[in-house]
Design a protein around this ligand. Structure first.
Ligand code: GAR
Length: 214
């Protein structure tokens, strides 16, 4: 059976995961599917811009399609075009950035409108960008957390789907804080994917609102 035929036959929504490193959020999503917490989903392909990303090895260990598309020495548009082609080849419905540490081009965002999710380790719009956990300590915030949001053309800016709050403790360093945030990330990402795949939401301005059955 070809990839499109398999996609059609399964009736499941197909996720494309993009990662650059460890891949614990990817593993949490894969576990949620295995545990039936994401019953309507399957992972179609895992793509990394780093050939040696541990997350890619984790995908291979799970017998998933794992593809390395190296970014080094290439223009963003060209690199993104190859990723878009790979996602299309695997009939991906929803793209999930899971520690993918590259900005997406406008063409990429336009290729999957409101179909790209990202997870960020802070309560956006606070503390965007790199090292959000260290930023939280440096600023002295008392609560931080994680955000799952749609991706748009700006960094850590798209419409927020859900957030989880994590208190900052006096004893925290960046590692201990990152560990507690990561526990919440793993819960939040599967929840957010389930919400988006359900289709039972509407967007008003910047607000993502759940439709409730009457
Ligand atoms: C996660 O904490 C994720 O929120 C963060 O990178 C880590 C990846 O961990 N992403 C960003 O900071 C994106 N702005 P993982 O590879 O174990 O999933």
């Amino acid at each position: 059976m070809s990839a499109p035929e398999r996609a059609e036959a399964s009736g499941r929504k197909r996720l494309g995961i993009l990662l650059s490193g460890r891949g614990s959020n990817f593993v949490a999503i894969a576990d949620a599917i295995a545990d039936d917490r994401l019953p309507g989903a399957e992972i179609a392909v895992v793509i990394s811009n780093k050939a040696d990303a541990p997350g890619l090895a984790a995908a291979r260990a799970r017998n998933l399609n794992a593809v390395s598309i190296e970014a080094r020495g290439r223009k963003r548009a060209e690199h993104d075009a190859e990723i878009i082609a790979c996602l299309r080849e695997h009939q991906v419905d929803l793209v999930c950035l899971a520690g993918y540490m590259r900005l997406l081009s406008q063409e990429f965002v336009a290729a999957f409108p409101q179909r790209i999710l990202n997870i960020h380790p802070s309560l956006l719009p606070a503390l965007p960008g790199l090292d959000a956990q260290q930023q939280a300590l440096d600023y002295g915030v008392k609560v931080t957390g994680c955000t799952v949001h749609f991706v748009d053309e700006q960094l850590d800016h798209g419409i927020i789907i859900l957030q989880k709050v994590v208190p900052v403790q006096d004893e925290d360093n960046a590692d201990t804080l990152a560990t507690r945030i990561l526990q919440q990330e793993h819960i939040a990402y599967a929840e957010a994917i389930a919400r988006v795949l359900s289709g039972q939401y509407r967007i008003t301005g910047r607000r993502y609102l759940l439709d409730h059955a009457s």
